[in-house]
Design a protein around this ligand. Structure first.
Ligand SMILES: O=C(O)CCC(=O)C(=O)O
Length: 267
C-alpha cells in the first residue's frame, strides 16, 4: 500500500483501487458468471427491511455454488481474485500477516428493481469488526475485497457507505440507516469494472437499489479476517482441490502463531 492508499483507507474506512483487473480478466470473469447463470438464485427479499427507499421487486442474486470450485477455466478468474497480489498487499497491511479468508466469495448480482440492503455495521463494540490505529498503523477486523465486474457509475446504486463511520462514536438513528431521513452523509461509491473496493465491515454501509435498466451490477465479495479471528464458522477445509500454497494459507484455521506470511506487490 502506498501512502495515498493508507491515508484514504484509514480516513474513510474504504478504498477503491481502479484497473486491478485487465479488460481481458474482466471479460473472463463475466463469461464465467454467464456460463453459470443457472446457478444464480435470488435471495428472498428482506435485506431492505421494506424501507421505502430500499425495497425492490426481487432479492439480490447469489451463486448457489462456490465459484472457486467451478471447473477450469471458469474458476480461474475467481481464484485470481482470492489471492491477488493487491489483496495480499492491502490485507498484509491492515489485517496483518497471516490474514485469512473468513467467508465468501459471494456474488452480488443486481438488476433494475433489485432491493437494497439497510445500512449496517459500526456503532457497537464488536471484537471481530473494528478499526484501531496504534504503533503507526491500522489494525482492522473483518474486511472485504469487493471486485467489480461491471461499471458502477454515479447514481447507479449498489454499495454505499458513510465515509469515516468506522471511527464514529455515536449511534445514528435507525431512520437514517433505513434512508428515511437524509443526514447528508451517505455516499454511493463509484467504481469501474476491474476495480476492487476494499472496505472495513466496521464502516456503516449497505446497498442502494440498482437503477440501470441496461446493465447488471456484478460484484464478487471476499471477506478476510486477521489470522487469529473468525467472524463466521471456520472453514472445514479448502474447497479447491488443486489449491496453491497461497490459497491453502488463506484457508488455514484461525490461530495466532506460525501463520504463513504471503508476499504481495509493492504498489
Ligand atoms: O456491496 C454491497 O452491496 C454491500 C454488501 C454488504 O453490506 C456486506 O457485505 O456486508
Amino acid at each position: 500500500m502506498n501512502q495515498r492508499e493508507k491515508f484514504l483507507f484509514d480516513l474513510n474506512g474504504y478504498l477503491v483501487l481502479e484497473d486491478v483487473l485487465s479488460p481481458d480478466e474482466v471479460a473472463a470473469a463475466n463469461a464465467a458468471v454467464e456460463h453459470h447463470a443457472d446457478l444464480i438464485g435470488n435471495r428472498d427479499p428482506g435485506l431492505s427491511e421494506d424501507a421505502v427507499g430500499l425495497r425492490g421487486d426481487e432479492g439480490r442474486g447469489e451463486f448457489q455454488q462456490n465459484p472457486l470450485t467451478f471447473d477450469r477455466p471458469w474458476c480461474d478468474p475467481f481464484r485470481r481474485m482470492l489471492a491477488h497480489p493487491r489483496v495480499i498487499d492491502v490485507f498484509n497491511e491492515v489485517l496483518g500477516p497471516g490474514f485469512r479468508l473468513d467467508h465468501g466469495p459471494v456474488l452480488i448480482r443486481m438488476r433494475h428493481g433489485t432491493e437494497g440492503h439497510r445500512l449496517h455495521g459500526g456503532t457497537t463494540f464488536d471484537p471481530s469488526q473494528f478499526h484501531h490505529f496504534a504503533h503507526g498503523q491500522v489494525h482492522a477486523g473483518l474486511c472485504v475485497a469487493a471486485w467489480q465486474m461491471t461499471d458502477v457509475k454515479d447514481g447507479d446504486g449498489g454499495f454505499a457507505c458513510i465515509p469515516g463511520s468506522h471511527k464514529a462514536n455515536y449511534r445514528p438513528a435507525v431512520e437514517m440507516l433505513r434512508l428515511e431521513q437524509d443526514w447528508g452523509c451517505v455516499h454511493q461509491v463509484v467504481a469501474g469494472a476491474g476495480s476492487v473496493v476494499f472496505f472495513n465491515e466496521a464502516l456503516i454501509h449497505g446497498t442502494l437499489p440498482w437503477q440501470p435498466k441496461d446493465r447488471e451490477r456484478r460484484s464478487m465479495l471476499f471477506k478476510y479476517s486477521p489470522g487469529f479471528i473468525s467472524f463466521g464458522p471456520p472453514h472445514e477445509q479448502c474447497p479447491i482441490t488443486d489449491a496453491t500454497p497461497e490459497e491453502k494459507a488463506l484457508y488455514a484455521h484461525p490461530s495466532r502463531p506460525g501463520r504463513t506470511h504471503l508476499e504481495g506487490s509493492e504498489t
